[in-house]
Design a protein around this ligand. Structure first.
Ligand code: GLU
Length: 468
């Protein structure tokens, strides 16, 4: 690939964040449309917090949202920890060019001096002391006078007063590279042309741009993507919010719905908001990204997911639900699951599911030896006494029904209800509780048809006996 080079640079220190997924998708859309490259760089220099399983988690999460390592536009993963020598060499280049200098002051020294002088931050104290490397000596960048203008495709030109930026550390006292340096040097050696990332990195950008220039390069195109906020308009965070992409996957969100929803966070697709990836990939422009915070709206995400679920064929829906139907924590034992019964029921529950995981809880009564009857449910029908009478009569009527179909079961219960002065809605409540255990659920008569005459009647008789 010869086109522009994009990248994401996640740290493998936890679950892959939905914000990271949005950043990845924006990069991916552009890399693919512009015939460019999407580089995955794992920033794993925090040895204590980085774990190989998190790296695998990132790769899996990306694959789930369609960013496949097998795609020709994909490059990597590269591991930052393997490039320490390059980071240090770049630091030496900065020293040689007069852009960096050593300093032997510890954090405590800096604090004490600030206290004595009534200052804040590092005041360039070692700039002209001519110190060389040595144990405990940090390397600092010599921030030039003047100001730095970051041209940001989302935020416009952002000007920073260099006087407010202290001479930041490039190499720690033990010689190891700091994040800001490693991040820039890797972007440079990976020939990154566009840096699209979370807004929280905007404050790092003037420092990074100074390094690019000092190392003799032109800065990349910058684009800082708007914050994702929750209902309280607070930045979403793992302490407060559900931010792990994996969690949405595990809860039964469809990747296509997630991708579509994430793309709308900060960008407005042309026309209908619900649209396929190919269209978004074709239309997405950084210039159209809004800089105000984007509300990560769980209700809207759920609505997107419901739409995508309804758009599946019944077979696709049934196949997509399988992992939850057969899961160890499903509400019924896996060996009682019956594919044909589920397929028969699927068209009736598909329109009601917000997530794929919902299906198991809606059809559980089909596969449980007995429905789990919520005792309070009887009170919600019209009381146990009346329920017994309706149940008794509908058992008799159902024994006589010729065709065990939803239609005739409905007609039969309608007649039974009428004899008791009850509308169908009321009359069916007792049958529903007796058979499914609950007062709400999937269309009842379709459920009875699927469950079959023998089992339906057995449950109705059992409920009648218990109530009586
Ligand atoms: N490792 C940084 C992060 O995960 C990457 C910052 C960047 O994209 O430049 O926040």
């Amino acid at each position: 690939m010869t086109g522009p080079r994009f990248r994401i640079a996640p740290s493998p220190t936890g679950y892959f964040h939905v914000g990271g997924a949005r950043t990845a998708l924006f990069n991916w859309a552009l890399a693919r449309r512009l015939g460019g490259t999407f580089v995955l760089r794992i920033e794993d220099t925090d040895i204590e917090r980085s774990q190989p399983e998190w790296t695998q988690g990132i790769i899996d999460a990306l694959a789930w949202i369609g960013i496949s390592a097998d795609d020709p536009h994909f490059e990597g993963p590269y591991f930052q920890s393997e490039y320490a020598a390059e980071h240090i060499a770049a630091a030496q280049q900065l020293v040689a060019g007069g852009h960096a200098y050593y300093c032997d002051m510890t954090a405590a020294d800096v604090e004490a001096r600030n206290k004595a002088e009534g200052n804040q931050g590092y005041q360039g104290w070692s700039r002209d002391r001519g110190l060389g490397p040595g144990p405990g000596h940090v390397l600092r960048f010599r921030v030039p006078a003047g100001s730095t203008i970051v041209h940001d495709l989302v935020r416009g030109d952002v000007e920073f007063d260099n006087a407010l930026i202290e001479d930041f550390v490039l190499l720690r006292g033990n010689g190891s590279p700091m994040f800001l340096l490693a991040n820039v040097v890797d972007d440079m050696s990976m020939r990154i042309t566009h840096v699209l990332r979370a807004e929280e990195h905007l404050s790092n950008t003037p420092k990074q741009q100074m390094m690019w220039l000092a190392l003799g390069h032109e800065a990349p195109v910058w684009a800082h993507l708007p914050l994702l906020v929750n209902e309280q308009r607070k930045k979403i965070s793992k302490r407060r919010d559900k931010v792990a992409l994996e969690q949405y996957r595990d809860e039964g969100y469809l990747p296509e719905a997630m991708v579509n929803y994430l793309m709308t966070l900060g960008w407005t697709p042309k026309g209908d908001e619900i649209q396929p990836w190919a269209q978004m990939e074709g239309d997405f422009l950084l210039e159209d990204v809004n800089h105000s915070p984007a509300f990560f709206d769980l209700k809207k995400l759920a609505a997107f997911n419901g739409e995508y679920i309804r758009a599946l064929t019944v077979d696709q829906f049934a196949a997509a639900c399988r992992p939850w139907l057969l899961a160890a924590d499903a509400p019924f034992p896996a060996d009682r699951f019956d594919e044909q019964m589920f397929l028969a029921m699927a068209p009736h529950i598909q329109p009601r599911c917000v997530t794929l995981a919902d299906a198991a809880g809606v059809v559980d009564f089909l596969f449980l030896p007995d429905p789990v009857i919520d005792e309070a449910a009887w009170a919600k029908t019209f009381g146990a006494t009346e329920s017994v009478a309706v149940l008794r009569d509908s058992i008799v009527a159902y024994e006589a029904v010729v065709d065990w179909t939803a239609e005739s079961l409905k007609a039969s219960l309608e007649a039974t209800g009428e004899a008791h002065g009850l509308k169908l809605g009321k009359a069916q409540a007792s049958v529903r509780v007796a058979v499914t255990g609950r007062t709400v659920g999937p269309p009842l008569f379709e459920a009875l048809e699927v469950l079959g005459r023998a089992e339906t009647l057995r449950r109705m008789r059992a409920a009648e006996a218990t109530l009586a």
